[in-house]
Ligand binder design. Structure first.
Ligand SMILES: [Ca+2]
Ligand SMILES: [Ca+2]
Length: 180
């Protein structure tokens, strides 16, 4: 698999889809919580992308955190946040949310946390990605961002990426500091 890497405020890695796109159930609600492999292999991500319509690409963000946790809410306010909660990841085209998924019981305090979140098929072009850890489980079902100081956010709250059609667009999103 040939990949090219673009660096913006977070890393975007594009990989050509495998050619075994058969059996492509639209299982984009699945979230691999094994904290690890996001390069998909020929079955997972490629199958999902094979089911995308023309003009769409697969979007597979992985949520991590920066190594320095000094600005994280569980460090600053340890009595009110513990770094464990629900990850909420979304993609928006202009002001329209085109994909949103959650990962329950994500633990961002472990060494090198890494949670792949399959956002499925999204429109190609420029999309804004958002991710945060709802530490105290106060987010509403459609929330895509937080201003709760107990939650953990990316330094750049809403980075923009150009999604390529027909490809698995892998993006790394690093939580860095309190959402306050
Ligand atoms: Ca919250
Ligand atoms: Ca918590």
């Amino acid at each position: 698999m040939r990949c090219s890497i673009f660096l913006a405020s977070a890393a975007l890695v594009l990989c050509a889809c495998g050619d075994d796109g058969g059996g492509g159930d639209d299982d984009d609600d699945d979230v691999a919580a094994d904290g690890g492999n996001v390069d998909g292999g020929p079955d997972g991500a490629a199958a999902t992308c094979g089911a995308c319509a023309d003009g769409e690409g697969c979007l597979l963000p992985t949520v991590t955190r920066t190594i320095d946790t000094s600005a994280q809410p569980w460090t600053v306010w340890p009595d009110e946040a513990d770094g464990v909660g629900t990850l909420i990841v979304s993609a928006s085209q202009a002001t329209t949310v085109v994909a949103r998924e959650t990962v329950a019981d994500a633990d961002m305090t472990i060494e090198a946390p890494s949670y792949p979140v399959d956002l499925g098929c999204v429109p190609a072009g420029s999309l804004t990605l958002r991710a945060f850890l709802d530490d105290n489980l106060t987010a509403k079902p459609t929330d895509t961002f937080s201003s709760d100081y107990r939650d953990s956010c990316m330094l750049d709250r809403a980075p923009t990426f150009v999604i390529q059609a027909g490809l698995v667009n892998e993006v790394s999103l690093a939580l860095n500091n309190s959402c306050d």
